[in-house]
Design a protein around this ligand. Structure first.
Ligand SMILES: [Zn+2]
Length: 253
């Protein structure tokens, strides 16, 4: 088990490694209601072919797989990401499968996550995960554009929510160590892509079958945030932790 700070080695040295997770800004910055763009997606695409994120003003959800970057809007449908658009928060990686696990299911998302946890090379590891499956039941959300200063909790109350059944698709995202807040989301953060971007968003829950899990484990987090180290060492208040949990894990209606 390795604390998140140990993964930040390469950021401190200011160089990139081929197997790194590349993150733009922090969840703490979103909790501070700063949704301004920090990097263009054109730049972010150079650091990975896989990942998740959001857009300036929290205007939609980003999910990427196999080099295809999608922007999902409040009707749940996806369009290719405009490289000139900007991210206030994004996490990407060049995805290389290290471990493959197949499950027949049906089982819920928590069971899939527990299976991944049991198969990690190291307890509480940082890794990228790709989960391809038939979704018997699926709940996801898309954030709507927010004006500056609206807190994340209030912002999430206006999110568009979706409940679908019987769709094939893929979940893309990351598992961060338990001590990652307020830099990253501790545990799993997964976005959804259905049929080449026909539908997608931030996944809240699912029942899956015919499941293929691919794990890309890594030792390196490249954090492109000037205040990342300060935030990591400052930690997170219990109140912020509760807010983050509400925003990332819960349906609001
Ligand atoms: Zn998300």
């Amino acid at each position: 088990m390795k604390p998140l700070v140990h993964h930040l080695h390469d950021y401190l040295k200011g160089r990139c490694t081929p197997d790194e997770v590349f993150q733009v800004e922090t969840i703490g910055r979103l909790l501070d209601a700063d949704y301004s763009g920090a990097m263009t997606y054109g730049e972010i695409m150079r650091h990975g072919d896989f990942g998740l994120g959001t857009f300036s003003g929290l205007d939609g959800e980003m999910a990427a797989v196999d080099g295809k970057f999608y922007r999902f809007g409040p009707d749940g449908t996806g369009k290719p990401v405009d490289p000139a658009s900007q991210a206030p928060f994004a996490v990407v990686k060049h995805f290389n499968t290290d471990i493959t696990i197949k499950l027949d299911g049906p089982c819920d998302l928590e069971t899939v996550q527990a299976t991944i946890d049991q198969n990690l090379p190291e307890r509480d590891a940082l890794c990228a995960v790709k989960i391809s499956a038939c979704f018997e039941d699926l709940q996801f959300r898309v954030m709507r554009r927010q004006s500056d200063g609206t807190d994340l909790d209030t912002a999430s109350q206006s999110q568009a929510e979706f409940h679908e059944k019987g769709l094939d698709g893929v979940l893309v995202g990351f598992r961060f160590p338990g001590d990652s807040a307020p830099v990253g989301v501790p545990g799993y953060h997964l976005h959804l892509i259905i049929e080449d971007g026909r539908l997608g968003g931030h996944c809240h829950g699912a029942v899956l079958r015919d499941i293929t899990i691919e794990i890309d484990d890594t030792d390196h987090l490249h954090l492109a945030a000037d205040d990342g180290m300060t935030r990591l060492t400052a930690g997170m208040s219990a109140d912020d932790r509760a807010r983050l949990d509400r925003v990332e894990r819960e349906r609001r209606t």
